[in-house]
Design a protein around this ligand. Structure first.
Ligand code: AHR
Length: 630
């Protein structure tokens, strides 16, 4: 009897421990360690959260759970690393021990967790990285917001609120270690930089909490009395500010704007609807998107991109209802044919031909009725094509624009006709982002491509014998890949003064253009260039031909780095003529068609959808050449 009682007590203890484990890890079930017995469970998703202190991280876990509840054959196991890299490393090993099929991770530290993420990814378990991007592309998908853009949206709104008169703005700075906060503040300052009549007073809290914000505002009463707007970069801080401003009796005088815009009592949206906040810029959490993409990855569907940058919205009392209904508008795909008008920039390069092919092929698979117009590098012809699509009454318009600017008017016409526009491969820059003239951008990260090209140069072209001269052969003037590749390249160049740009000219992304730039240089100069950075392969190959015609040996006398990594570029690397090719992937058809179908289901579109890209040089070109499909 005594023994039976002991066993009973042990059993109760065991059950209590098991229950506690489940509660701590927040999992719906406790799967077997080897993942063997998983009755009724098709897939287990492990979620490694950096910490559960920050509000939005809790919101992310809640959103992930709410989403998985809709798919009963999916189970989620959640771990909390409590802000410790060591614990997060251990958590991931435990999750793998449980037999997870996919890992979602919000890393404590993007640098320190990078190797572990790569290890899991290389082992064949798909990894979705959230919120903080790790360097390189050794993960399946990254989903996160653009905090700098969020800060810019808040800044532009405040500038508009104050108008030409300007005014006094108090900027609240929370924890200096908050990456999110620093990026938002950067964007905010960037947006108000050109308004000399806005006077900014900075208040440093040292913490991102409601209480610290409250205390600071009360203590800074004399400053607050003279201010027009207070900017707080999180909902938490904003709540403290709202309470303090109320207690100071200044509610009718001082406007408060924040970022986060979470749903829930006393969060941003609630505070806007109560009139306590003038506006909030929503920071999308991404849980819904993470589960959506996780399912696509687990079902091995095509069209999963490499990075999804979520869209943030400015929410005011005037548009709150519209925004809330947008957030809840998604419906199931009815599979109907979608009529799409596509304005393609031209046929300037092999890259472009592969891009057009990929779009045409994917359209058939995704039941898209595609009407493509090729503009031969003319913005006027693109305007005509877009207006034609509007008249035809297509469901969606897609544009790959020849240049970045000058699109506002025609995009407004599409918006007025109720036709959403997607930017493909190249983006536009519009006067007022809040007009939401485009739904999303799908394509490459051109800035990163430029950075990669310069990083390769830094790591592979020695400077022991002196400074190295670079010739830059650019694409057509005003095109987003021209501008952004140039910017990214210069960003890394600025930290490496042993290299400098000696000559820069436009080759318009064509073979002939690349030849011309080298020819014109040689007409006026002796060859004294150490490195050519060509912004695409066609121009690099043209430059190589011209160099050879002048007896200059490519790669030996001058290193040549280009962007695109087409099959021709691989052949040139294998021949020992091209030194390095940074990939820009034209095969975006499936991803684009998936985005179009999502749009058709009224899903909220991300801000940017970025494709996967690598860097190749002569050392590895031979291993990859047979696998190149463009
Ligand atoms: O927009 C992408 C760029 O345009 C490619 O790098 C280039 O080859 C093309 O013409």
């Amino acid at each position: 009897m005594e023994k039976g009682k002991k066993n009973y007590t042990k059993l109760i203890l065991l059950l209590v421990i098991m229950a506690m484990t489940i509660a701590i890890y927040g999992c719906h079930v406790s799967p077997s360690k080897d993942g063997g017995s998983r009755e009724g469970v098709a897939s287990i998703i492990g979620v490694s959260q950096a910490n559960m202190r920050e509000e939005w991280r809790i919101a992310l876990i809640n959103e992930l759970r709410a989403e998985t509840e809709k798919s009963p054959d999916i189970q989620v196991i959640t771990t909390d690393a409590t802000g410790s890299v060591d614990k997060q490393l251990q958590d991931i090993d435990n999750l793998i021990g449980y037999g997870i099929d996919l890992l979602i991770i919000s890393p404590c530290d993007e640098v320190e967790m990078g190797d572990k993420i790569k290890e899991v990814y290389d082992s064949g378990i798909p990894v979705i990285v959230m919120d903080r991007a790790v360097e390189g592309f050794d993960y399946t998908l990254y989903i996160g917001p653009d905090n700098e853009v969020i800060g810019q949206q808040a800044g532009s709104y405040i500038a508009g609120l104050l108008g030409d008169k300007g005014g006094n703005v108090v900027e609240l700075s929370g924890s200096p270690t908050s990456i999110q906060g620093s990026e938002r503040l950067l964007g905010f300052r960037d947006a108000i930089r050109d308004y000399p009549d806005i006077n900014v007073k900075k208040l440093y809290l040292g913490a991102e909490s409601k209480d610290a914000s409250y205390d600071m505002i009360i203590a800074a009463k004399s400053i607050i009395e003279k201010s027009d707007v207070i900017f707080a970069y999180s909902d938490n801080m904003a709540l403290g500010v709202c309470d303090a401003v109320r207690d100071l009796g200044l509610e009718d005088k001082v406007m408060i704007v924040d970022c986060d815009g979470f749903k829930g009592a006393d969060e941003g949206i609630d505070l806007v609807s109560k009139g306590r906040l003038k506006a909030t810029v929503s920071c999308p959490i991404g849980g819904k998107e993470a589960i959506d993409y996780a399912l696509s990855i687990l079902h091995k569907e095509s069209g999963v991109p490499k990075q999804v940058i979520l869209r943030s919205y400015l929410i005011t009392a005037e548009n709150i209802d519209e925004n809330l209904s947008l957030m809840n508008a998604a419906v199931a795909d009815d599979g109907e044919t979608i009529k799409v008008g596509y304005s393609q920039v031209g046929q300037e390069s092999n890259w472009r031909l592969a891009n057009t092919r990929s779009i045409e092929e994917a359209a058939k698979v995704f039941n898209i009725d595609l009407h493509m117009e090729i503009a031969d590098q003319s913005q006027e012809r693109q305007f005509e094509a877009i207006r034609g699509f509007i008249e035809e009454g297509v469901d969606v318009i897609v544009v790959s624009p020849v240049v970045e600017t000058g699109w506002d008017e025609v995009l407004r016409e599409a918006k007025a006709a109720g036709i959403p526009v997607i930017m493909s491969d190249r983006n536009v820059s519009v006067e007022d982002r809040e007009e939401n003239l485009t739904t999303t951008y799908l394509g490459a990260d051109f800035m990163e491509e430029g950075r990669r090209a310069m990083r390769w140069i830094r790591d592979n072209v020695k400077t022991d014998d002196g400074k190295k001269a670079i010739m830059e052969i650019m694409g057509n003037e005003g095109a987003s890949p021209t501008e952004e590749r140039g910017k990214g390249f210069r960003e890394i160049l600025a930290d490496n003064p042993s290299y400098y740009i000696a000559y820069s000219s436009h080759g318009d992304f064509t073979f002939e253009g690349g030849r011309r730039v080298v020819r014109e240089y040689l007409e006026k100069n002796e060859w004294d260039i150490d490195i050519i950075f060509a912004q695409n392969d066609d121009m690099a190959l043209g430059a190589i031909e011209e160099l050879k015609a002048h007896g200059i040996k490519p790669d030996e006398d001058v290193k040549i780095v280009s962007v695109d990594a087409t099959k021709d570029a691989f052949e040139a690397m294998v021949k020992g003529e091209l030194s390095c090719a940074v990939e820009c992937n034209p095969v975006i058809g499936d991803q684009l068609m998936k985005a179009i179908r999502d749009l058709h289901c009224h899903k909220q579109m991300p801000f940017r959808i970025i494709t996967e890209e690598k860097v190749y040089d002569q050392l590895i070109a031979e291993d990859y050449i047979s696998k190149r499909i463009y």
